[in-house]
Design a protein around this ligand. Structure first.
Ligand SMILES: [Zn+2]
Length: 725
C-alpha cells in the first residue's frame, strides 16, 4: 500500500518507520460487501486430497474468533444489506508478521474512504492509531454527496425528566430529510448508558432499533462508541421529510459529592447525528425544584410547582450540539453590551477535589473523558482541608466572562447570541457550547488553590482567565463558524487559544503573561518524547485528532491548541504594517472571515484562500499574492527552524548607525522560508523591531539603519516559533 501524498507517507512512517506498507501476514480476517468473495473464489482451488496437511481444523479454530472480530463492522455491513449496494465496504484485520495486528478499511460511504490503523495499548490506555487515511478515486469524486450522508437532520424536540435519583427519562422527536432513496439504516449517537424503550415514526409505526451490534468492551470500542442503529420500515424518497420519536431512559448524571452533579455523556444524552449536522433545538426539562438547570439556547419558559421545575430552551438559530448542566447553583449576572452573561456555581467543590486537597492515600479519581477535550486523572496530594468554595469567585468569573465577550466583540464582530451562561463542571476541562460554557470547578477557586491543585507542574495558570476566555471565544470559533472535517478543527481550537492569549495580554501585567504563555507553548512543542523526537515533529496540525496516538497521547492538545496558537500569532506578525506597526490588517482578516462564513462549516483551504486577500508586499514571499508558503510549512507540514544570527553595528554619522549581519537557517526542509523579525535591544531591555528578514535555505543578509546605537541585535523569538542562537 502506497499512500498517495507526502503527508500520509510521513504519517505512515511515524507508525511503521516506512513510507509504504509492505507486510507479510500469517492470517487475515475479512468482511465486505464488495466483489472480494468473487475475486477470492476465482483464485481458489480445491484442496489436494493427497496433501497430508489438510486444513480440517479451520472451522473449529475460527468460529469463535470470527464472531468476536466481526463485532465492530456489523452495523456497516447491515447498512449495505438493507440499502444501497453501490457504496461498498471492505474491512480486513491483518495479523502482520512484523507489525502485529492492524486493520485496513475501504468504506465507500465516507469521503476519506481508505484507512489503515491499529489498536494499540500503552499501559492501560487504549489508542486507535490511524496510520494513514485518504480518499479513494471513487470517494473523492462524490465527496460532496458523501458528506451530506444518507439523512439530514432538521430539528430536535426533546422532553427530558430528571428524577430525584438523577436518572433520566427522555422523549426525542427528530425531524429528518432523506438524502438517499434506498437507505434504511440510520446510525444515531446515544450514550451507551441510555436504553431505548421504543421508536415510532410519524405514522405511529414501530421502528426497529439495533442496540447490540457493538457489545460493550469489545476492542472495536476502543474510542468511545455510543451508538444505536435505527432501521426504517422502508426507505424514504430523497427530499421527503419524516419524524422519528425516541423514548429512552438511563443514567448519565453522577453525584460527585457535596451535592455537585456531573453530567456525563454531554454530547450523547439525546439521539443525535453528530456535530456536522446543525439543527434547530427545542428542549424541555422537568427536574427537582431544588436544582437549577441551564441549557444551550434561550430560556423561553420556566415554572415550578409541587417540588418540580420545568424549563424550556430554544436554540437561537441552528446549533451543532445541545447540552445542559444542573446543580444546586447560586448565580451572578453581568451585562456585556446587549449580552446577558450569567454564571452558575455550587457552594462547595466536588469531593474529589476536596480529597485531593486533604490528600493522604486517596486513590486517583478518573473523570470521564468529555466530548472534544482530553480526560484527566486527578491525583491525590496531601494538604489541610478548609472547604473549597466555587461560589466564592462567582463575581470574578462573571467579570472575566463579560470582559471577554466585550473584547472579542471588538475583535471578531458581534456576539452571536443574546446571552451566555457559564456553568461549573467537575474536572479540569472546559467546553464552549452555544450560549453555554462549561468551566472546570478549579477555575472558580482562588488562584492559590488553583495552582496548588493544578495538574501541570510547569507553571502557568491554564485554568484561570485563559480557559474562561478560550471557551467564550468558541462562541465565534466553533459555534458561529463550525469546522468542515477533523482536518479543519484546528481553526476553532487555534483561534480560541489565540483569542484567550490576546485576552490575557489585556490583564494586569498582561504583556508578561502573554509572553510567558507563548513561551510555555513553545517549550511544549520542543520538548522531547520518550522516543527522543520533539512533540512538534509528531505530525502536522492538519492531522487533527490523529495526532493523539499511542506514540503521543497528548499530541492533539499540544499541536492543535498550542502550535496553532503560534501559527496565528505569526500570521498576525506577517500582517503588521512595517511603517506604522499596526496589526489592524490581521483583525480585519478575522472579522471579515467571520462575517463571510458565519453559520457555515469552514475548511483549512477556506481560511488559506481568505488570508491570501490580506497578504502584504513584504509577506508575499512567492510573489503570487498568496500565503500558501506559510500555511504549507506550518499547517500541512512539521518542522521548527533553528536560526543563527550574527550582526555588527557601525556608526555612519551623528545619530545614524548601520546594523548589518546575516541569519542562517537549519533543521527544516530545504524549501522552508520565513520572514524572521529582528529586534534591537537598548538600555533597560527596551526592544525595537528593526524589520523582518526573508530567510530561506541559503540564509539571508540584512541591513538596517537606526538613530541610536543598540546594545544588542537579536532575532525576535517572542514572535517566532523557532530555536534561536
Ligand atoms: Zn477549545
Amino acid at each position: 500500500m502506497i499512500p498517495p501524498n507526502a503527508a500520509e507517507k510521513r504519517s505512515l512512517a511515524q507508525f511503521i518507520q516506512a513510507p509504504i506498507l509492505e507486510e507479510g501476514f500469517s492470517s487475515v480476517y475479512m468482511r465486505f460487501t464488495d466483489q472480494t468473495a468473487q475475486e477470492l473464489l476465482a483464485l481458489s482451488r480445491r484442496p489436494d486430497p493427497d496433501d497430508p496437511e489438510q486444513p480440517d481444523q479451520f472451522v473449529q479454530e475460527w468460529a469463535s474468533p470470527a464472531q468476536t472480530l466481526g463485532q465492530g463492522t456489523s452495523e456497516r455491513i447491515l447498512m449495505d444489506l438493507l440499502g444501497d449496494r453501490s457504496h461498498p465496504y471492505f474491512y480486513a484485520r491483518v495479523q502482520g508478521l512484523n507489525l502485529g495486528a492492524f486493520q485496513v478499511i475501504d468504506d465507500e460511504r465516507v469521503p476519506e474512504a481508505f484507512s489503515v490503523g491499529a489498536i494499540r495499548k500503552v499501559d492501560s490506555e487504549v489508542f486507535g492509531d490511524i496510520w494513514c487515511s485518504f480518499p479513494t478515486q471513487a470517494s473523492q469524486a462524490r465527496a460532496a454527496a458523501l458528506r451530506e450522508g444518507v439523512v439530514k437532520v432538521l430539528s430536535y424536540a426533546l422532553d427530558i425528566r430528571i428524577h430525584p435519583d438523577r436518572s433520566l427519562e427522555g422523549r426525542a422527536e427528530v425531524q429528518l430529510e432523506s438524502r438517499s432513496a434506498q437507505n434504511r439504516l440510520i446510525p444515531f449517537g446515544l450514550s451507551r448508558w441510555l436504553a431505548v424503550s421504543g421508536i415510532e415514526d410519524d405514522r405511529g409505526r414501530r421502528v426497529a432499533v439495533v442496540e447490540d451490534l457493538l457489545p460493550k468492551g469489545s476492542p472495536a470500542e476502543a474510542r468511545a462508541y455510543d451508538q444505536v442503529d435505527v432501521v426504517l420500515p422502508e426507505p424514504y424518497p430523497v427530499g421527503e421529510r419524516f419524524r422519528l420519536i425516541f423514548k429512552y431512559h438511563g443514567n448519565v448524571i453522577a453525584d460527585v459529592g457535596n451535592g455537585v452533579l456531573y453530567v456525563g455523556a454531554r454530547g450523547s444524552w439525546y439521539p443525535n447525528l453528530g456535530l456536522g449536522n446543525p439543527a434547530v433545538y427545542d428542549l424541555t426539562f422537568h427536574y427537582p425544584e431544588k436544582l437549577t438547570l441551564v441549557a444551550t439556547g434561550s430560556r423561553v419558559e420556566e415554572k415550578s410547582s409541587e417540588g418540580w421545575s420545568e424549563s424550556r430552551w430554544r436554540s437561537d438559530g441552528v446549533f451543532r450540539v445541545a447540552g445542559f448542566n444542573l446543580g444546586p447553583y447560586i448565580s451572578a449576572e453581568r451585562r456585556a453590551g446587549k449580552v446577558q452573561v450569567k454564571v452558575y456555581a455550587t457552594r462547595e467543590a466536588e469531593s474529589a477535589l476536596e480529597k485531593r486537597r486533604a490528600g493522604a492515600g486517596t486513590p486517583p479519581v478518573i473523570i470521564p473523558g468529555p466530548y472534544g477535550e482530553r480526560p484527566s486523572i486527578l491525583h491525590a496530594i496531601p494538604k489541610l482541608p478548609p472547604p473549597l468554595s466555587p461560589a466564592a469567585l462567582l463575581d470574578d468569573i462573571a467579570e472575566i466572562a463579560s470582559a471577554a465577550v466585550e473584547y472579542f466583540t471588538s475583535l471578531f464582530g458581534p456576539f452571536p447570541y443574546p446571552h451566555l451562561a457559564v456553568s461549573q463542571v467537575p474536572g479540569n476541562f472546559g467546553q464552549g457550547w452555544p450560549e453555554l460554557v462549561y468551566l472546570p470547578t478549579l477555575s472558580f477557586l482562588p488562584k492559590a488553590d488553583r495552582s496548588e491543585l493544578a495538574l501541570n507542574p510547569k507553571g502557568g495558570d491554564p485554568l484561570g482567565p485563559v480557559v474562561v476566555a478560550h471557551e467564550v471565544a468558541h462562541q465565534w470559533w466553533g459555534n458561529l463558524l463550525g469546522w468542515d472535517t477533523y482536518h479543519d478543527q484546528w481553526l476553532s481550537e487555534g483561534l480560541a487559544s489565540y483569542a484567550a492569549a490576546l485576552f490575557l495580554a489585556r490583564q494586569k501585567d498582561g504583556d508578561r503573561q502573554f509572553r510567558n504563555l507563548l513561551h510555555l507553548y513553545k517549550e511544549d512543542m520542543l520538548a522531547k518524547t520518550g522516543e527522543g523526537k520533539t512533540i512538534e515533529s509528531g505530525g502536522p496540525i492538519w492531522l487533527g485528532q490523529r495526532l493523539s496516538s499511542s506514540h503521543d497521547p497528548e499530541g492533539y492538545p499540544n499541536i492543535v491548541y498550542k502550535k496553532a496558537c503560534w501559527v496565528l500569532h505569526m500570521l498576525r506578525g506577517l500582517m503588521i504594517d512595517p511603517k506604522t506597526g499596526s496589526d489592524e490588517r490581521f483583525f480585519r482578516l478575522l472579522r471579515d472571515f467571520v462575517s463571510r462564513y458565519q453559520g457555515q462549516s469552514v475548511s483549512t483551504e477556506d481560511f488559506i484562500q481568505h488570508a491570501a486577500k490580506y497578504v502584504t508586499p513584504e509577506s508575499d514571499l512567492e510573489r503570487n499574492h498568496k500565503l500558501d508558503w506559510f500555511f504549507n510549512e506550518w499547517v500541512y507540514e512539521t518542522g521548527v527552524p533553528t536560526y543563527h544570527l550574527e550582526a555588527g553595528v557601525r556608526e555612519l554619522a551623528a545619530n545614524k548607525y548601520l546594523v548589518q549581519g546575516s541569519i542562517a537557517q537549519n533543521d527544516v526542509p530545504r524549501d522552508f522560508e520565513m520572514l524572521v523579525p529582528v529586534v534591537a535591544i537598548y538600555a533597560k531591555d527596551r526592544r525595537v523591531t528593526l524589520g523582518r528578514v526573508a530567510v530561506s535555505e541559503n540564509g539571508a543578509r540584512f541591513k538596517f539603519t537606526t538613530t541610536r546605537k543598540p546594545s544588542r541585535v537579536v532575532i525576535d523569538d517572542e514572535n517566532l516559533l523557532a530555536v534561536v542562537h
